[in-house]
Write a protein that binds this ligand. Sequence first.
Ligand code: ADP
Ligand code: MG
Length: 677
Amino acid sequence: MASLFQTPITALRGVGDKKAKLFERIGAPTVGDLLYTFPRGYEDLSHPIPIRMASPDQPCAVRAIVTRVPSAVRVHGGVTLYRGFADDGETVFPLTYFNNPYIVHVLHEGEEYLFYGKVTFLHLKPGMTTPEFFPAASCPPVRPIYRQTEGLNSRTIQQAMKQALLLLPETVHDPLPEELRASRGLCPLRQALEDIHFPSTMQALEKAKRRLIFEELFLLQISLLLLKNGERGESGWRMTQDATEEFWQLLPFTPTGAQRRAVREAVADMAGDSPMRRLVQGDVGSGKTAVAAALCWQAAKNGAQAALMAPTELLARQHFATLSSFFSGTDVHPVLLTGSTPKKERAAILASLADGSAQVAVGTHALLSEGVEFARLALAVTDEQHRFGVGQRSALTAKGHSPHMLVMSATPIPRTLALMLYGDLDLSVLDELPPGRTPVLTYAIPSEKRRRALGFLRRHAQEGRQSYIICPMIDEGDDDRASVTEYAARLRTEELPSLRIGELHGRMKPAEKEEVMTRFASGDLDILVSTTVVEVGVDVPNAVVMMIENAERYGLSQLHQLRGRVGRGSQQSYCILVTDAQNQEAVSRMQVLCSTTDGFRVADEDLRLRGPGDFFGSRQHGLPTLRIADMAEDLSVLRDAQDAAAALLRADPTLSLPEHRRLRRYAQRTGGGQPAG
Ligand code: ADP
Ligand code: MG
């Protein structure tokens, strides 16, 4: 089986280089990957209903005899319409197809078919327009529906899948040890793969799912535990000198109890024999940067080096500025390394890291690039870790000799879940905001009230406060979504000509972005019109209004993150969600934000509204992509998988027994942030 993951998708008939690109896009560059590309849903054809029972606009299966083969009835505007009739025993209903001359030859009068599609009612009379159809005698009971991409539809994927299944060796190697399967009544891999794609019955499908969900979570747990075990016992850098009190004295504020606790926990880890593996989770504004700074200080004061990696250039620069100001007047000098660091400067920085004279490096993933070497890297911190995969996390630690690792995340997830998802990390929670913060007041308004809202922004500007306006697009597009460039131009010329307006988006050069951000941070701009690039970590305490255009376009967690850009000082702050969306889901999202500023509650609601699939699938959480399991719904399986994985690794810590060889291969593929399978 493992070899199918080395078999390129082009091994399948009808898949050339061009198609292969499309298969790659759906995550299936190899035959093995294709087999692990599971349907997003199924059409149940096993329960056909009479057409008069159909609900409007719900797809359903109708079994009927063709009484008149569709024929071209009308031609206008280049469209040819084919109209025929079928009889389900109770009702004779029209069948309509467009521009499909073949239909005349593939449907036969007097024969029975299963038609699948939506039923539409015209003057209360039901009919079907472009339904799929199968000869009733040879109709599959359940049909898979795959996520399609442009140029590659579900049907083509289905055909490829049938071939891929034929390539499964007769005795497919199952990564799950026999004993494990037997004890849980899980079906063999081959059967699971066949039934997940082309189930003979709904029960067979459930069985296949159960097995594959267990497999996925089990492999994930195995790979996390292998990661953790592999590092355990290796000597970390023992930092026995506690320099944190000294650091707290450097701060312009008093640390919160939560900040002190998180730092204390990490400092204790770093004084121990094995390397720290810790996750610090704290809502936006809870003060994670100071925690990171404290630990970098601790490393430096113990004669070692620390690296702090941020997901964007902007954020890296900001962290650099923050750390530089905390450390000013001391002998700890941070350096900044990003993709746009000039060559000459870069060479000097690399030299100072390599000889150990620079104690703290702040940067983007440029820190991971070749040629970056540390003399004594003892601590690797990654900020906003949901932007980095597990792989990048370990790439940074690979720059040192088993350095301590701290991951910081602003995504609140329930504690039990976090413990399992970050199976390899210990957890500190910053559950306390710095004092003096007043919760951000949030309002949702329709776009017709925008004018008034802008007046509100103007009044704040007159009092010396600043605002953000977020637009979903950079340039004007062909729909009516707001764009940064156009919006900023309109504010300058028409709506708020007296104010100083800046704009910021991802297509600007880093230097330009930095200039704008610096001007905004220093109060030189009243309003910053921006895309969501300001979402991550940007900190300007004097900004008090966050206005979000087309708010319906963002998920709850993202809106919460954006809102977190204001309310950072002692002033009352506001978040204005501009949306004309009427649908229930969007309205609920706005209501949640208007009613709470608690990130954990927002996350819970996000989970509830979006459904766990989308929530975890949105890749916001740095989790490995799961193909079938559902972290929230399959919690009990996750627990079981975790216990099973732990037990197995206790018996065979490196998976070197012959019966575990396949398992090891699979688990290696699962690790490193790569999708399972
Ligand atoms: P986040 O957790 O979102 O990364 P930051 O580290 O950016 O939060 O901190 C948000 C703001 O709160 C910053 O302006 C920071 O200076 C300030 N801050 C952090 N800790 C404290 C504290 N203990 N007391 C007062 N202000 C603080
Ligand atoms: Mg931050």
